[in-house]
Design a protein around this ligand. Sequence first.
Ligand code: NAI
Ligand code: MG
Length: 335
Amino acid sequence: MTQKITVIRGDGIGPEIMDATLYVLGRLDVGLEYEFADAGLVALEKHGELLPQATLDSIARNRVALKSPLTTPVGGGFSSINVALRRHFDLYANVRPAHSFPNTRSRFPSGVDLITVRENTEGAYIGEGQTLSEDGETAMLVQKITRKGSERIVRYAFELARRTGRKKVTVVHKANILKTTSGLFLHVAREVAAQYPDIECNEMIVDNTCMQLVMRPEQFDIIVTTNLFGDIISDLCAGLVGGLGLAPGANIGEHAAIFEAVHGTAPDIAGKGIANPCALLLGAAQMLDHIGQPDKAARLRGAIVATLEAKDSLTGDLGGTGTTLGFAEAIASRL
Ligand code: NAI
Ligand code: MG
């Protein structure tokens, strides 16, 4: 039986990298059927809203979506579409692998192979209690950490370690200062870790973690942390291995999962056919793992690495002069 997934082609370079990604998936013969749905600026123009109900219904039905970047108009009271999607489907786990690749402009062409597991629904990003005093002198916001939210994200990280043969989970926190919020997260993380004696667990304070990541990234395997820290750390990790063109992310919930590139719509290069498709392709590889096609995911990643090694058709961000589709064809030829 073919599985149907929702495909959101997105804004800016979105359609270009999605076409390239679907071309490679076609050559990989993954047996997927695509239900196209609109979101972002395209949806605003066509349907008068950034996130149409039909798109939410499609994702709810198919439970898996592959999504290109979306433009959130600046100002005008629009809340981020990505945040809205994560919240709507309770996509609590943001899973961002960072992997050294050959021939990038990275400081670590080898030795980095880690996954940041970021709590995606609470912490500092709940958008509650944001106030500014009338005199404009004092701003406040509320951070919320729950036992339930902490438990499920830490458990996700340990299960991911078991499932993928990884050996170590590092719990990143700031419980020495943020005694209640980060303190609860750490407390719950210790309880969960005790249930996984087969996986090594260590604890690290977030500021030290940033320094350690830059000095010795090879010591990390899986990092699990709260929303704000995970947002910052996962971008740091993307920077370690060569930047946005190679950074994918998955947003996983109990009832749905959305796979994407970490980068945005790249308006400066949109429409020119020169965007790097690898981040979305790597997001598609995460999706193949998720839907039970790990062999195809491994073949896809292997073809990407082989193409980087051969320096064949690389796009401008990687120092080449290739096109989005040319890069995709070079990858497809090595599947
Ligand atoms: P951006 O990631 O779109 O671009 C930053 C820089 O990286 C630009 O120079 C761009 O050309 C380059 N770049 C990004 N992806 C690339 C690729 N695949 N190949 C080659 N070069 C690439 O970030 P920016 O400029 O801050 O945001 C632009 C728009 O994207 C905004 O409207 C923002 O709201 C949206 N955005 C959407 C996201 C999503 O839907 N997941 C995530 C981040 C931003
Ligand atoms: Mg971010």
